[in-house]
Design a protein around this ligand. Structure first.
Ligand code: ADP
Length: 450
């Protein structure tokens, strides 16, 4: 601790000097205006009390760690250490620490105020003592005037702070009102949006129920109508075959031609009716796959047999590649064969030169892919999605010369879906097309079936 000023407190007038010294030493050690007034006022309060028990020696010092101004009043009289006089309570509020200790019959009153700027350098400390010693004691009147100035400054500060507080309160209230209004508006908008969303969902639910009902009605209609048409058509085919039979009564050459026409038309119609019936069944979810380990070599052999019997066009090769030995698949053999047959038949219909090829291979550990590639007329990019629509056929020269219903691809795609897979196409007009059936090796639906 470095002592910077020493003095005595003996008579009433000394209190003014003590107060003045307090303020000026506080200023010298770097305390701000308010802190100077605090220290001065605390000293004057305690000085009065100490004067009541006979006065004191006063020591101003600067201590370190933490850096603080320490003022000790050593009194020969006794002050009650634990007493809480109004003067002491007021002084205690003005400094950081106020301690009254009994020191062998005398009393030490120590007031401490921390220095916000930290420890003072040694050269400043040594200069302080000299500057403090040069302080000229003021008259009580001067000290009173200084005290009044401080009071006025303090009052102004309080009133400024009160004004600030009032303004801040008003601003806060305004902000609060703004926030509340915004919140109310937001919740109203949210509620409105929610109502809109709920209404929209209700409408979507409604529409999808209607769509579902319409699609069911269509499937039912197709199934019933096809079913009803099949019997008379089979009869027409049978009867026309009988009429044309050489063992029946002879018919004229013209009649034979007409009967052949009736027979061909009825067969064409039966193909369409059968396709319609298949599609209706697939759409209505009436096709239940029979899951089993597929004997791929057998399926491919049978396909090759049937399709070679129909025969591709002259100059077109139908190539069914052998399945790699490691490819195993759990699926429905009949449905898979149906899908591949549709794709291969299409390839043969729309290829005039080159080849139609079926290849099967493992695609990763989970999937098996069948690709039907042809070197035929190909399909324009804008038609690629449309060929999977019911009854859609691409207009073209070749189309007129081949039979078809426009139901083969939609049916193949639905069957592939039922088998848990996908059917996609890539094509280039004039170069050829590749249809790919990707099937899971172990479909989730098949897992439930032993
Ligand atoms: P379709 O009974 O007419 O063959 P699909 O549904 O099987 O009916 O095919 C729809 C249309 O897609 C066909 O009419 C044809 O225009 C086109 N198409 C299908 N496969 C091929 C292919 N391999 N090459 C070129 N066009 C094809």
């Amino acid at each position: 601790m470095t002592e910077i000023l020493r003095g005595v407190l003996r008579v009433e007038r000394d209190i003014f000097v003590l107060r003045q010294c307090g303020r000026e030493v506080a200023a010298l050690v770097g305390l701000d205006g308010q802190d100077q007034v605090r220290v001065a006022t605390a000293l004057s309060e305690m000085g009065r009390e100490v004067l009541g028990v006979g006065g004191a020696d006063v020591v101003f010092a600067v201590a370190e760690d933490p850096a603080r101004l320490v003022v000790d009043l050593y009194s020969r009289g006794r002050l009650d250490g634990a007493g809480r006089t109004p003067a002491r309570q007021a002084a205690a509020r003005l400094v950081d620490d106020l301690a009254v200790t009994d020191e062998g019959g005398a009393t030490r009153v120590r007031l401490t105020r921390r220095l916000a700027g930290g420890a003072l350098p040694a050269d400043v400390l040594s200069r302080l003592s000299a500057e403090a010693a040069a302080l000229v004691p003021a008259t009580p009147l001067e000290e009173l005037a200084a005290q009044n100035q401080s009071l006025i400054a303090a009052l102004e500060e309080v009133s400024r702070q009160r004004n600030d507080l009032t303004r801040l309160n008003a601003e806060l209230q305004e902000t609060n009102q703004g926030v509340l209004a915004l919140y109310a508006q937001l919740s109203e908008e949210l509620e409105e949006t929610n109502r809109g969303v709920v209404a929209l969902y209700a409408e979507i639910d409604d529409k999808s129920a209607q769509l579902h009902a319409a699609s069911e009605a269509k499937s039912r209609f197709l199934a019933n109508i096809s079913h009803e048409l099949r019997a008379p058509l089979t009869a027409v085919i049978g009867l026309s075959r009988m009429l044309a039979d050489p063992s029946s009564d002879p018919v004229t050459a013209d009649q034979a031609t007409q009967v052949a026409l009736i027979h061909d038309s009825a067969r064409g119609l039966l193909v369409l009716v059968n396709d319609l019936l298949d599609l209706a069944k697939a759409e209505a979810g009436h096709i239940e796959p029979t899951w089993d380990d597929v004997d791929l070599p057998l399926v491919l052999r049978q396909l090759s047999g049937t399709l070679h019997a129909i025969g591709p066009r002259p100059g077109v090769a139908l190539v069914i590649e052998d399945a790699p030995a490691d490819v195993t698949l759990r699926s429905d053999e009949a449905l898979l064969a149906q899908v591949l047959r549709n794709l291969l038949t299409n390839g043969m219909k729309f290829t005039e030169h080159g080849e139609v090829r079926l290849r099967c291979r493992a695609e990763g550990a989970q999937c098996v892919e069948f690709t039907v590639t042809d070197t035929g007329i190909g399909i324009a990019p804008e038609q690629l999605d449309r060929i999977f629509e019911d009854f859609y056929q691409v207009r073209g020269q070749l189309q007129a010369s081949v039979t078809g219903t426009g139901l083969g691809l939609p049916y193949a795609r639905r069957l592939t879906g039922i088998l848990g897979g996908t059917l996609r196409v890539a094509s280039e007009p004039g170069v050829g097309s590749t249809f790919t059936v990707a099937l899971p090796r172990r479909p989730a639906a098949a897992a439930a079936v032993p």
